[in-house]
Design a protein. Structure first.
Length: 259
């Protein structure tokens, strides 16, 4: 099955690196893909940075990738909104970097009279902005989240991600997002398939999470590959209802299987 894969979608946090350090086998895996004339694209649900921020981060770790080698849930969200709704007026719970992504696509950040509330991984979150988002959602504003991840892996252990903020909003307002754009939404695979011209049956999702990475594979009908370098433990895997097609200790082990 792996020999038929032409494009590997690679998760980043907990799969390829942790914070600012590459995980075991990461470079070996990319070298193997190059030798086998296979392609890759990084996809992260972490919307706190834009795609070009991640390209710079990878280059700072010694991984030279082209400018189009990274896609984020933020880009998926802004492109989807533009195609479905046109240019939108948005109240954004997100970082300055995510704000730049929305503005680059022509969306307007509107603090007072938005049509949409968009939730990202907001590392700049304050109580006042959380309160404002809840007030707007009680008024019935359309609610979009870039991704559902509850925690983000770090060297200090798991830290709260967009899903945790989402849970706080739901506890206050009773509202869940009307749309979650990132993994495990198969929209991610549709966009990447179109962008790279690779059919779904020739694609695989590689990541460390069952409820985003592996579930995306299942939802989109592509091969799912779990690596045990991030969130998921062997015990989690044993208990899981959604099982990956393949499991590897790290990307180095996957590289050997691809060879």
């Amino acid at each position: 099955m792996l020999d038929k894969i032409e494009l590997f979608i690679l998760d980043m946090d907990g799969t390829f690196y942790l914070d600012d350090s590459l995980l075991p086998g990461s470079l070996e895996f990319l070298e193997t893909l190059k030798e086998k004339n296979k392609r890759f694209v990084f996809f992260t649900n972490n919307s706190s940075l834009g795609a070009q921020d991640y390209v710079r981060k990878l280059r700072n770790m010694g991984v030279n990738v082209p400018n189009d080698a990274v896609v984020t849930s933020g880009e998926i969200t802004v492109e989807y909104m533009l195609k479905r709704f046109g240019k939108c007026r948005i109240f954004l719970l997100g970082t300055p970097q995510l704000k730049k992504v929305f503005e680059a696509y022509g969306h307007v950040i509107d603090e007072e009279n938005p049509d949409f509330v968009v939730l990202g991984f907001d590392k700049t979150l304050t109580y006042e902005r959380l309160k404002k988002a809840c007030i707007l959602l009680r008024k019935g504003k359309f609610y979009i989240a870039t991704h559902p991840d509850i925690n983000c892996p770090s060297k200090e252990g798991p830290v709260p991600d967009a899903g945790s903020i989402m849970a706080a909003i739901e506890a206050s307002t009773g509202r869940k997002p009307d749309l979650i754009a990132g993994k495990p939404n198969p929209l991610v695979v549709d966009v990447i398939s179109e962008k790279f011209g690779v059919p779904k049956e020739r694609m695989a999702m590689v990541g460390d999470r069952l409820y985003t990475d592996v579930k995306l594979g299942k939802n989109a009908g592509i091969v799912s590959i779990l690596v045990l370098t991030g969130e998921t433990t062997p015990e989690d895997l044993e208990r899981a209802e959604t099982k990956p097609d393949f499991v590897f200790k790290n990307l180095g082990e996957l590289a050997k299987a691809v060879q």
